[in-house]
Design a protein around this ligand. Structure first.
Ligand SMILES: CSC[C@H]1O[C@H](OP(=O)(O)O)[C@H](O)[C@@H]1O
Length: 358
């Protein structure tokens, strides 16, 4: 599997545009079924994001970008007022699909700004520019992931044991992933890494998606239950932890899949570096600290009746936050497409957001 533009992915792409519709790989059905949703309306895209048919911060942003285009493409030529009203209403609607991943809001803001930059032009021109912008966001994301892979690989060594949590792979992005990008690159360079993938309850993104991606790519992956991470570290099988993120606050606090904070504390207790792979599209300097990051709470059924099998009594109280926040002090380094950022994070994050991509 070559991590070059247009390279062959070890799995079907999470998001694709085909003629006149958005194709989303329905990740609720992986790893046993490969089924694409064909979407032509923004409400369908919003539903797909909410129901985790498409998930992963970058992939959510890409899907929303196409969803915004779908929302305005049928506005009649000349109906300027109707176009701008619908554009903003659709952006707001898509923006409320999930609260934590900042990529969603980043992508929608970028699309609206692109349209506003062409205000006064024929609507047909603005619509075409919106479709092109969504395509550009998708293509850029693949390149960003590849660069994150390059920078992240400089922190790993051949033969290492690496633990990851949830899925920050090709299925969470346009291609390659963020946290998984260095693992693909290592494989391409003939390295032999041993990966431990947390299953990541309750939605099992690690078991269903990360284990699937890495096994398809021929990478040595061992699936473990979340409560086994401590034992695996205690046995000395892990030399690095690398995870993705949904939002990095201005001080370096990191929101990621629930359970990440526990892994970070375990890594600290075992003297294991804890790395966060973060495209700049997931960095939010307008959010001062992790305490300011909205944490999505999801339906109780994900915990009590996962994948249709009831495993808890009817009516039991459930707390089901989809994310937690790892304080910056537990983060060894934040790896962006523009390089590796070490503490103190506030200054490094500001510089990363100002620099052109390397
Ligand atoms: C590269 S972003 C992946 C990020 O998104 C996941 O959450 P979800 O599956 O609920 O969208 C998880 O936090 C991953 O680290």
């Amino acid at each position: 599997m070559r991590m070059k533009p247009g390279m062959d992915l070890p799995h079907p792409p999470a998001v694709a545009w085909k003629e006149d519709r958005l194709m989303l790989l329905d990740q609720r059905r992986l790893p046993t079924e490969t089924v694409y949703l064909e979407l032509t309306r923004p409400e369908e895209v919003r539903e797909a994001i909410r129901e985790l048919a498409v998930r992963g911060a970058p992939a959510i942003g890409i899907a929303a970008a196409y969803g915004l285009y779908l929302g305005v493409r049928d506005v009649p030529e000349g109906d300027e007022e109707g176009f701008w009203q619908l554009l903003n209403r659709t952006s707001d609607r898509l923006g409320t699909s999930r609260p934590t991943a900042v990529n969603l809001h980043w992508a929608l803001r970028r699309m609206v700004r692109r349209a506003e930059s062409l205000k006064g032009k024929p609507l047909s021109e603005i619509k075409e520019a919106l479709l092109q912008e969504a395509e550009t966001i998708r293509r850029e994301d693949a390149e960003v992931c590849r660069r994150i892979g390059e920078h992240a690989l400089s922190l790993l060594e051949d033969g290492m044991g690496v633990l990851t949590h949830c899925n920050a792979g090709g299925l969470a992005t346009a291609a390659y992933g963020t946290a998984l990008a260095p693992l693909y690159l290592a494989k391409e360079r003939g390295w032999r890494l041993k990966v431990f993938a947390d299953e990541t309850r309750p939605v099992l993104q690690g078991a269903r998606l990360t284990a699937y991606e890495l096994k398809q790519a021929g990478i040595d992956v061992t699936l473990i239950c979340d409560n086994m991470a401590a034992a695996v570290m205690q046995r000395g099988w892990v030399q690095a932890v690398i995870v993705g993120t949904d939002r990095v606050a201005a001080n370096g606090d990191v929101a990621n899949k629930i359970g990440t904070y526990g892994v970070a504390v375990l890594a600290r207790a075992h003297g294991i570096p804890f790395y966060v792979a973060a495209p700049t599209s997931s960095i939010d300097l307008e959010t001062p600290t992790g305490a300011d990051i909205p944490i999505e709470e999801r339906p109780a059924e994900e915990v009590t009746q996962g994948f249709g099998k009831r495993t808890a009594p009817e009516g039991v109280s459930v707390y089901n936050p989809a994310f937690d926040v790892t304080p910056a002090e537990y983060v060894t380094a934040i790896i962006t497409e523009r390089g590796v950022i070490r503490p103190p994070y506030a200054e490094g994050l500001r510089r990363a957001m100002e620099e052109p991509s390397k």
